[in-house]
Design a protein. Structure first.
Length: 376
């Protein structure tokens, strides 16, 4: 596992945060000692730490989590693309050497598809605050006991007994550690039910129940994406009071001209969507309503609206926007559900989107062409 400090764009790791620690790679024998030396070298710098790891040595992971426990550290799941690596592979020898150099590097942070699995969630759980983005992954499975039997002839029964004792020791260690960190030991029970050769991706409900991230609203910053259609995108996972499950919500902004933008909203289709409405607004502005009825595709429904740049700018000028879903209740009244969304990342993402907008048509050129056509 490599540990390094990264400087990114303004607000790239949260409002007012442009530096973070990346911890990536496999946890092996000796990783905890190197992690301790790294943390000591930071002195009083309190930076968020992002994990991207397939796991590894459980004892080392527990030791690393204990190191984080006494610090005011925020742990998250995320991966970094280091700019100094250029066209070299991020896991190639040249890039890994850079990451292990002790230099502060420059990079871009991504949570989408970032994985913290096997032993990694136990390190993650040791931090004072642990946050899992809606598009990041935590995975668990049972521990594997590695017996050092090199050159020793042992009966199968003795091997089985040693393996059993090793698992019992690991279970005691993990249970005590989770209790110390305030994590529900149901996490251990779940992990033990999954074969070492398999992996269980924790659902959002499990992440909340075990105490790995108890937030009822978790959102990504706005990000620019280019996959065929250039868009600015945000996703959120939300659970309303009294609800047992989380819902995945998604917003996208696409540009079809310098003053013509499409804003889409996607959610799981409710059981009764008749007479429902969806709107978005700045915290002190008049709401803008999405077009009814929405488009339904299987279990999803998608709402859309066309908006000029000025409306987008009015949303951009505020640190938060209010998003309201109005749904009919059993008694016939319409009940609003409003969430406040952060505008983190929206300014830079929109700048990238505007660069990709189709060019505006030149009225003078259009007049000339029309005149030429008429003269023929």
């Amino acid at each position: 596992m490599a540990f390094y400090v990264v400087k990114g764009a303004p607000d790239s790791c949260g409002r007012g945060c442009d530096r973070w620690i990346e911890a990536e790679g496999k946890i092996e024998s000796g990783t905890a000692a190197r992690f301790k030396a790294f943390l000591n070298g930071l002195h009083d710098r309190n930076l968020p730490i992002y994990f991207a790891s397939p796991g590894g040595n459980l004892d080392q992971a527990i030791a690393m989590g204990d190191m984080l426990h006494g610090r005011p550290t925020i742990a998250r799941v995320g991966r970094t693309l280091v700019r100094e690596c250029g066209f070299e592979a991020q896991d190639g020898d040249v890039c890994v050497k850079l990451k292990q150099s002790g230099r502060e590097l420059h990079g871009d942070l991504f949570t989408r598809g970032a994985v913290c699995a096997s032993a990694c969630p136990y390190v993650f759980a040791g931090a004072a605050v642990h946050e899992v983005a809606p598009d990041a992954v935590l995975g668990v499975h049972s521990a594997k006991v590695v017996l050092n039997l090199r050159g020793i002839q042992v009966s199968p029964a003795a091997v089985a007994a040693a393996d059993q004792r090793g698992h019992e020791r690991a279970d005691r260690m993990v249970a005590a550690y989770l209790a110390k960190m305030g994590i529900d030991t149901g996490l251990l029970s779940l992990a033990r039910s999954v074969k070492f050769e398999d992996i269980h991706i924790l659902t959002r409900e499990e992440i909340a129940r075990f105490g790995l991230d108890r937030r009822e609203l978790v959102e990504t910053p706005w990000r620019f994406e280019s996959n065929g259609l250039n868009v600015v995108k945000k996703i959120a996972i939300v659970r309303a009071p009294g609800e047992a499950t989380f819902r995945l919500l998604q917003w996208r902004v696409a540009c079809f001209g310098a003053n013509r933008f499409a804003l889409d909203f996607q959610r799981p289709a409710p059981a009764n969507a008749n007479f429902s409405s969806v709107s978005i607004a700045g915290t002190d502005a008049k709401p803008v309503y999405f077009v009814y009825p929405p488009v339904k595709v299987q279990s999803l429904e998608q709402w859309g609206l066309w908006t000029p740049r000025a409306t987008l700018q009015s949303l951009l000028d505020r640190p938060q926007i209010e998003f309201t879903e109005m749904s009919p209740a059993a008694d016939g009244h319409r009940v609003p559900q409003t969430i406040r969304l952060s505008n983190d990342g929206l300014s830079g993402a929109l700048e990238s989107l505007l660069v990709s907008c189709p060019p505006a048509k030149d009225p003078a050129a259009q007049t000339t062409r029309s005149g030429e056509t008429a003269a023929k």
